[in-house]
Design a protein around this ligand. Structure first.
Ligand code: TYD
Ligand code: MG
Length: 455
């Protein structure tokens, strides 16, 4: 039966759908982002079905299959993927332009391609440019095929007939299906191409990695729909002027989303940082006030980082407050707690907080080191170099317990620290063996924590 055609207007920034066109998207407020999309409504589909030809299965009857994983040769990437690249999965890797997505994927092909055929499809760079990069990062792999194409359907045909073992597509925003009447990178194209690649990877049972750009707000361009389609979403992040890069899973159907991988961008490509704590605290200045070592948990992994605080007299009526790598509102709250509950006044001071090395720590456990570094700077007293601190600070000025206390302390021991200042409520759960390896003090208020970090 002939189908009806219906138009919907889809915002290419947020994916909002509207039955009529608007100049401004009612959801995200962007202008001129609504695009027409034709949906065919099948008349037959609307009629009531009289019978179905499928049957639900009992969970206990479903046979268990072990998932097959490929080793990418980059252990930090394997970890984030949950133990390797799953066959038949669609992985999206996204990040700011120039952060190193293409470099990371090209480097992955070196080990993947040692015993499997890998197809690298680029819609952004020429084969010549890819060759230049491969030379720079020392990728020299017999089984790597490079294809510069943007026609998604032709690419699928090619993959079907050549059956590579793994495919990389750089990037989804450059791919297009010629029958769809909108530009590459528009929401319709991105979604339909992603669906096409999803079906392909499932039907051929090969892993497919696609690169996705982010828009100016830092979300994946073209947007949440893409995250729903794929099996795994990885974000590659880092500060522009810092060489550390962090790979983070925000969705993973085959593993945990807590793990991170740490890399450093060098002249000849990305190298894995196996010991991020050491790298992050290496440049810590000695005998300087306003510096305290924190221990943040990134998934199951403890990472030590240096928290720097600077408190100085403000020359203007309205003091400046700034934080890098730490939540601004949380910092304001801590300053208020310091004034009201511990008697350290900073109302007429400029206050700056910085997490050295470009790391971002959003955990409440970093409240205590942030606070200690601010007091240390305010009083211009140097804290002990071999001491770390962690604990959440409540509005009453109390130091609260945090999770994974033993793991954090073990990391401090591993890196040669001699003292830990923690919440007294965490102290009870620690084993005597751990207590014998390092001096651990439990405190319940900011003043005593500061005294302990000084001695
Ligand atoms: P690229 O992988 O092209 O980023 P993306 O694909 O995420 O846009 O990385 C480009 C940046 O990385 C570029 O600014 C140069 C830098 N870079 C290095 O510092 N060393 C290297 O070996 C390579 C290949 C790139
Ligand atoms: Mg690129």
């Amino acid at each position: 039966m002939a189908g009806k055609q219906k138009s919907v207007y889809v915002c290419n920034v947020c994916g909002y759908r509207s039955p009529k066109w608007n100049g401004q998207c009612p959801d995200c407020g962007e202008w001129n982002t609504l695009e027409e999309e034709i949906v065919a409504v099948s008349a037959a589909g609307l009629q009531k079905r009289s019978s179905v030809s499928f049957q639900a299965q009992r969970l206990s009857d479903i046979s268990q299959e072990t998932e097959h994983r490929y080793d990418t040769g980059i252990s930090e990437l394997n970890r984030v993927l949950g133990g390797g690249l799953v066959k038949g999965s669609l992985v999206l890797i996204s990040g700011d332009p120039g952060i190193g997505k293409s470099t990371l994927l090209l480097q992955t092909t070196q080990s993947l391609g040692s015993d499997k055929s890998v197809l690298y499809i680029s819609g952004e760079e020429s084969a010549h440019q890819i060759k230049l990069r491969a030379e720079r990062v020392k990728v020299d792999c017999e089984n790597l095929l490079v294809l510069c194409q943007t026609d998604a359907e032709a690419i699928c045909e090619y993959i079907r007939s050549n059956s590579p073992d793994a495919v990389i597509i750089d990037s989804i925003q450059t791919m297009a299906i010629s029958e769809i009447n909108s530009l590459p990178g528009s929401i319709t194209q991105v979604r339909e191409c992603a669906n096409l690649f999803m079906r392909l990877s499932k039907s051929l049972n090969i892993p497919l990695i696609i690169v996705g750009h982010v828009n100016k707000d830092g979300n994946i361009a073209g947007p949440k729909v893409l995250e729903h389609i794929v099996d795994c979403v990885l974000y590659f992040e880092g500060e522009k002027n810092n060489s550390f890069r962090i790979l983070r899973a925000v969705k993973n159907r085959f593993g945990s989303t807590n793990e991170i991988g740490v890399f450093e961008m060098r002249n000849n490509g990305l190298i894995e940082v196996k010991n991020p704590s050491k790298a992050l605290i290496e440049g810590k200045p000695l005998n300087v006030s306003g510096s305290c070592i924190a221990c943040a948990m990134e998934g199951s992994r403890p990472i030590l980082a240096e928290v720097q605080g600077l408190v100085c007299q403000s020359n203007f009526g309205n003091p400046r407050r700034m934080s890098t790598g730490f939540d601004y509102n949380r910092m304001s709250m801590l300053i208020a707690v310091l004034e009201k509950r511990a008697g350290y006044f900073m109302g007429n001071c400029d206050v700056y907080v910085n997490i050295a090395g470009g790391l971002r720590i959003d955990e409440p456990a970093s409240d205590l080191p942030v606070t200690l570094s601010l007091i240390s700077s305010l009083k211009d007293q140097v804290l002990r170099d071999d001491c770390i601190a962690f604990g959440e600070i409540g509005l009453a000025g109390e130091i609260r317990a945090v999770n994974s206390c033993e793991t954090r302390i073990n990391e401090a021991i591993r890196l040669g620290f001699r003292k830990c200042v923690i919440s007294k409520y965490n102290l009870k759960e620690l084993s005597p063996e751990l207590k014998s390896k390092i001096e651990i003090v439990g405190v319940n208020n900011i003043r005593s924590a500061y005294d302990e970090a000084l001695k």
